[in-house]
Design a protein around this ligand. Sequence first.
Ligand SMILES: [Zn+2]
Length: 500
Amino acid sequence: MQELWENFTRRTGELDALAGAMGLLEWDQQTYMPRGSGAVRGGQSAALGRLHHQLSVDPELGTWLEQLQKQKLDELKTAAVRNAWRRYQRSTLLPSRLVEELAVARTEGFAAWMKAREVADFAPYSAALQKLIDLNREAAERLAVIGPVQHPYDALLEDFDPGSTVAELAPMFKRLSAGLQVFLSAIEGKEGPAALDLKLDKDGQRRISMRLLKDLGFDLSTGRLDEAEHPFTVGMDRSDVRLTTHLHEENFLATLGGTVHECGHGLYEQGLRGDWAGTGVNRAAGAGIHESQSRFWENFVGRSLPFFKYLVPRMTGIWPSLELTPDQIFGGANRVSRSLIRIFADEVTYNLHIVARFELEVAIFEGKLQAADLPDAWNAAYARNVGVVADNPRDGILQDVHWSSGLFGYFPSYTIGNLYAASFGACIAEDLPDLWSQVEAGHFAPVLGWLREKVHTRGHIKDAPEIYREIAGDRDPVEDLLAHIWSRQGKLYGVSRPTE
Ligand SMILES: [Zn+2]
């Protein structure tokens, strides 16, 4: 048994090391790599990817896992074997012909999407998208043998959010969308807080970003912050976490949201357990719970009035001539409007953009929608959920890169993250009665300590829905998110929740 376990953890450690090296190459590509080095980088990434795949599908690994499954294992080992078996199945169930076709279709899909965006016409993208849909439908069918898959879309969810299912998400998203419509109707025609244009120099934005990371508890001896076109975070290990942000000279609120969001991802990565290295349990339990950490800091904390009471004096320290009150920036950061572009959406309507995409993806994998149907279906889903329709496909179906890269089943993670974050926020407010005075004083350690204990150090010992239940019990995350919105944005718009 001991030898079996050592073989297994050695292999998992090797796979983690290779994945970390690939992550580092990716980070470098998006930050410091010279523009002319793309071709050689492509070769390096592909070579490491092949090596990673070979080690992942090695029949010897399968044998070890089968033998381990017959043993009596403690909680950590049980989780390690369950996670690894899933990954092994995912790697071995898809024939290499399909894997190669998918890789080609992704490259072609991305190029076709770029072309379509350039000419603002869906047509040049349609065939490439259909190919990606067909191949992903085939993959979903083949992967449906893993776990209790009841819906063709479940196999895709499983890749990003193990444990989440259409049966559970669909009614939750439906209730959330309905609840948000009630809110949007209530604020219809209300002026709300004033818009805020914060044009601030990049050097100061860089300084305040670093200050924020330190104050929020991000360890800069095992992590760093750099600039990238699109902010992202990559954790090679808890001891090497790379954050990126984008400095928007014309819009400081956009920089702030991005920096705090990525810091939330980074704090999760730094909070994973070092003594679980090599088990594969020392990683996030899914994309949705990862997003719950970024959104908790970005929205629940980072858009609150106490947070701005902490931040404004630090801002005027950097920009002494700045005239700004915490109430002004709080209002500016919490304006709500129905809009076309997901990534620019506010805390309230963001989720409606996700519900629209979820409905479309589910219909695609039920075989009800083909690529050619999607432009009309997209507009209908937007009219139904968000309440606006694009007159240009660039602001509509062509806005996201995800589908063009073969990424189906990822979008729900964003709203799962918002839902979890809302319940975590409600739980923290109960557990830490002086939460908001601590935030106002810039003491974020109690909040971080709570997240460390309840979420970060749990790694992937259980699937995210179970970790959520352990923390939140039978709380209703939809109700928590709606209550949060009525109490924050509702107050700013002078509306209160109708009693049913
Ligand atoms: Zn994120």
